[in-house]
Design a protein around this ligand. Structure first.
Ligand SMILES: Nc1ncnc2c1ncn2[C@@H]1O[C@H](COP(=O)(O)OP(=O)(O)OP(=O)(O)O)[C@@H](O)[C@H]1O
Ligand SMILES: [Mg+2]
Length: 282
C-alpha cells in the first residue's frame, strides 16, 4: 500500500522568523491509520497540520523546503481549495471556524461552495448529524453550544465534505475528561465506518494511547520519534522532552524496575488488568 501522506525533508519558516518552525520532517502515513502527533508547546504540531491542507504555503507566508504529497497532490503545486476537499481540518481555536447562524447552515456552507444539488446537501447533513449524534442541535446557533458540542459540529462540517483525511488539532483543549472520551470514541468508530485517515494532535496521551496506530513525537520543529504507541512510549528519550507519558506505561516501567515484567506495555485499563492477572497467577 502506498502512503496517503508523505513528507520528504519538509521544512517551513514563517516570514520574518529566523527559526524553522518545522525542520526536515520525514513521515509516511498510510490510508486508514489513526496517527497521533504530540510534543511540547511550540514544537511545530500546528505548523505541520497547516501544511497538510496547503494553508502553508498558500495562506501563511514563509519559506518552504522539501516535499509534501497529500493524496497524490503536492501541497506546493495545488491550491488549498483543492487540498481541502481531501483534508478536513478542525482547528485548536473553534471561534474562528464556526461562522454561520445555525448548525445546519454551518454544515451546508462548505457543501454549497462545492455546488452540490440541494438534495445531496440535505442527505449529507442528515448523515453527519446522525454519525455524531447531534440531530438535536440542527437548528441551534453554534454560539449557544458548549465547547464539546461545537467540537462535534466542526467535525460534522468537515465530514460532510467527505474528506479522505481528517486532521484534528487539539480537539479536546476545552473539553472535560468525559466529553473528551466521547469524542475519542467517536473518532475511533468513524475511522473504520468512513474509511478515514485521522491525524490527531493531542496532549492527553492517557486517553488516546489505545486508539492510535502510530505516534509521532515532535520537539523543536523536528520529529524525534515515530512508531507504534507501545514502542514510542517506552523509549527512554521520551522522558526528557516533557510530554505526559501514559500512566499505565509508567506503571509497566515501575513494575519492571521491581522485576515484575508484564508481557507488554498496556495501553488501556482492560489490557492492564489482564496482564496483571496473568502476572499474579504465575
Ligand atoms: N503565524 C505564525 N507566524 C510566525 N510564527 C509562528 C506562527 N505560528 C506559529 N509560529 C511559531 O512557530 C513555532 C511552532 O508553532 P506551532 O503553533 O506550530 O507549535 P505547536 O506545537 O502547535 O504548539 P502548541 O502546543 O502550543 O499548540 C513556534 O515557535 C511559533 O511561535
Ligand atoms: Mg498548536
Amino acid at each position: 500500500m502506498s502512503p496517503i501522506i508523505e513528507a520528504l525533508n519538509l521544512s517551513f519558516r514563517y516570514a520574518g522568523e529566523e527559526r524553522w518552525a518545522i525542520k526536515s520532517i520525514n513521515l509516511k502515513i498510510y490510508p486508514g491509520e489513526l496517527v497521533l502527533i504530540t510534543g511540547p508547546s511550540g514544537c511545530g504540531k500546528t505548523t505541520l497540520c497547516r501544511c497538510f491542507n496547503g494553508l502553508i504555503p498558500h495562506f501563511y507566508e514563509g519559506e518552504l523546503e522539501g516535499i509534501l504529497i497529500v493524496d497524490g497532490l503536492s501541497i506546493v503545486e495545488n491550491k488549498t481549495c483543492k487540498l481541502a476537499q481531501r483534508v478536513g481540518m478542525v482547528f485548536q481555536n473553534l471561534e474562528n471556524q464556526l461562522i454561520m447562524l445555525s448548525v445546519e447552515d454551518e454544515i451546508a456552507f462548505g457543501l454549497e461552495n462545492l455546488n452540490l444539488p440541494r438534495d445531496t446537501i440535505k442527505e449529507r447533513i442528515n448523515e453527519v448529524l446522525s454519525i455524531l449524534g447531534i440531530e438535536h442541535l440542527r437548528y441551534k446557533s453554534p454560539y449557544e453550544l458548549s465547547g464539546g458540542e461545537q467540537q462535534k459540529v466542526a467535525i460534522a462540517a468537515c465530514l460532510a465534505m467527505k474528506p479522505k483525511i481528517l486532521v484534528l488539532d487539539e480537539p479536546t483543549a476545552h473539553l472535560d475528561p468525559l466529553s473528551s472520551k466521547v469524542l475519542f470514541d467517536i473518532l475511533s468508530s468513524i475511522r473504520k465506518r468512513l474509511n478515514l485517515t485521522i491525524i490527531l494532535v493531542e496532549h492527553r496521551l492517557d486517553m488516546v494511547a489505545s486508539i492510535v496506530d502510530k505516534v509521532i513525537v515532535m520537539d523543536k520543529g523536528q520529529i524525534i520519534l515515530q512508531g507504534g504507541p507501545r514502542e514510542v512510549f517506552t523509549t527512554p528519550i521520551i522522558k526528557a522532552i516533557g510530554i505526559g507519558i501514559p500512566k499505565l506505561i509508567l506503571l509497566y516501567e515501575d513494575l519492571l524496575l521491581n522485576n515484575l515484567k508484564l508481557d507488554f506495555p498496556p495501553l488501556n485499563i482492560n489490557e492492564a488488568e489482564l496482564l496483571l492477572r496473568k502476572l499474579l497467577s504465575r
